[in-house]
Design a protein around this ligand. Structure first.
Ligand code: BG6
Length: 487
């Protein structure tokens, strides 16, 4: 373990939900585990009128809620609180940045990590203010949270604003899915095992399914979500990244540009979905009232802050094709939704059937092999293969068995995605962050679907909360003679 030298980490939006729920616990762990030097300063910026002591109390209380109970260590917190600083700024008023400037100028030699955990509309003014106060040094970086825009045009505006002040190499665009251990393990599985390499293509793979299902609703984020919906909130970024890791060519190394070049090629090879294909290859849905874990829950339109006329989709399912040599004619079925029956993220690689069966009944009992990668919760990797039913059976009888390729249970604590990503920013490693061309290419593809839905007036199909989405999503995959995997 290498400890990074002291740096200044400035969290804009420091009292916001993400900062308190994810960033602060991640920084706490990085300090506790010795990855960050004891002199590192974590400077929270917000417009709240609070004293230093009130800020420390707030952080302590939130850590107690957001860290797993056994992780909060009162003794350690007494030293961690020395790392914490607070500055009040009205982010839209450039004249209020002086307090931050004075604090940062105490250590002009330090690397500065500016984490913009705010609405993207503020990215421009924050970067400009940092520049006006001469706070952007050659070793400053900026971290941008998604969403980077809600379409290509707005994402370009945001990217342009930030690019006036930071070089692309200093911009770290977060997609927290890339920080998940299980997601990074996709690269390990593919590129450190010879076993899968020869069969990872259209010759052996029939199709792939990627599901990211959530049982939660909007949890107080109705206004934000209503502007974005499942396509912009999840598919354009998180599911797109999973698709890229599953399908990209082997990069020549793990360095930032090699991996991102390969992902970009995948995104550019995605077949556009437009015209009549929208009805065949896409489903959008919105949840109505239903029940989760036997408790009644409201529909999307009735949730707190909701607007009864919203047409935002809370579910999307797509059939995606990748027009390149490796994936010719292999469909990728993607689906994600809120208020589904349970929370799970899973990738299923469904291999082709055998070409000829020597077994009784023409092998009708032979199921295709499947590799199932469960990302969360209860991460696991399983392979389904056919096996002889043991013993003296009447003829050779076969059964499907599950091979577990699981991580031993005594593995060390799995760090949260933000721990991994924050440490990578500190270490200036951009591999797991999205490059501008990648984000924009993803928008070009997603915009076609979003605009098509708008132009054709494609309506949401209703699904009751607590189910697996609208029946049309089942029909979409069944039309191709396949079905959603359900263990
Ligand atoms: C966020 C989305 O990026 O990812 C949320 O904005 C979603 O709507 C969340 O709930 C899912 O993340 P995870 O890590 O819980 O799967």
């Amino acid at each position: 373990m290498t400890q990074h030298k002291a740096c200044d980490i400035i969290i804009f939006g420091g009292h916001g939900d993400l900062a308190l729920r994810k960033l602060m616990p991640a920084l706490y762990h990085l300090c506790l585990d010795g990855y960050l030097s004891g002199d590192t300063r974590i400077i929270s910026v917000s417009r709240d009128e609070v004293s230093h002591e009130q800020h420390i109390d707030l952080i302590a209380n939130k850590l107690k809620i957001n860290l797993k109970e056994k992780d909060f260590d009162e003794t350690f917190f007494n030293s961690f609180k020395e790392n914490l600083h607070y500055v009040k700024i009205n982010l839209t008023d450039t004249s209020t940045y002086q307090g931050l400037a004075s604090l940062l100028q105490e250590h002009p030699e330090r690397e500065r990590i500016n984490y913009l955990s705010t609405a993207p509309s503020l990215y421009g003014i924050i970067c400009k203010s940092l520049h006006d106060y001469d706070l952007i040094t050659g070793i400053s970086r900026v971290v941008l949270e998604k969403p980077i825009g809600r379409d290509l045009i707005s994402s370009r505006v945001i990217n342009e604003e930030v690019a006036k002040y930071f070089d692309e190499s200093a911009i770290f665009r977060i997609d927290h899915y890339l920080g998940k251990d299980t997601v990074q393990n996709i690269m390990a599985l593919r590129f450190s095992n010879m076993l899968f390499a020869p069969i990872w293509n259209a010759q052996y793979i029939d199709h792939v399914q990627i599901t990211v299902a959530e049982s939660v609703g909007l949890e107080g984020r109705w206004a934000y979500y209503n502007d974005y919906g499942a396509m912009r909130d999840m598919i354009q970024n998180h599911l797109m990244q999973l698709l890229c890791l599953i399908t990209m060519e082997p990069p020549c190394s793990l360095d930032g540009n090699s991996v991102r070049d390969e992902k970009l090629k995948v995104i550019r090879s995605l077949r556009t979905i437009e015209g009549d294909d929208l009805a065949i290859k896409t489903v959008r849905g919105q949840y109505g009232a239903g029940a989760i874990d036997k408790k009644a829950v409201l529909g999307f339109l009735e949730e707190e802050g909701g607007n009864a006329n919203s047409h935002t989709e809370t579910f999307a399912a797509l059939r995606v094709d990748i027009d390149n040599w490796r994936w010719n004619n292999v469909p990728f079925y993607l689906r994600t939704g809120k208020r589904m029956s349970r929370r799970y993220s899973e990738i299923v690689i469904d291999f082709k059937g055998i070409p000829h069966s020597i077994f009784p009944n023409r092998g009708s009992c032979i199921e295709s092999n499947k590799l199932v990668i469960r990302l969360q919760p209860d991460e696991s990797i399983s392979m389904f293969i056919m096996n002889k039913v043991p013993g003296l059976t009447d003829g050779m009888r076969l059964q499907k068995v599950k091979l577990d390729l699981n991580i031993p249970k005594n593995a060390p604590r799995s760090p949260d995605a933000y721990e991994h990503l924050l440490l990578d920013v500190v270490r200036n490693n951009p591999t797991l962050f999205m490059r501008r061309d990648e984000v924009e290419a993803a928008w070009i593809w997603a915009d076609k679907i979003l605009n098509g839905w708008e132009e054709q007036g494609v309506k949401n199909k209703n699904y009751p909360a607590g189910t697996d989405g609208p029946a049309s999503a089942v029909a979409m995959i069944e039309r191709d003679g396949r079905s959603w995997y359900d263990e």
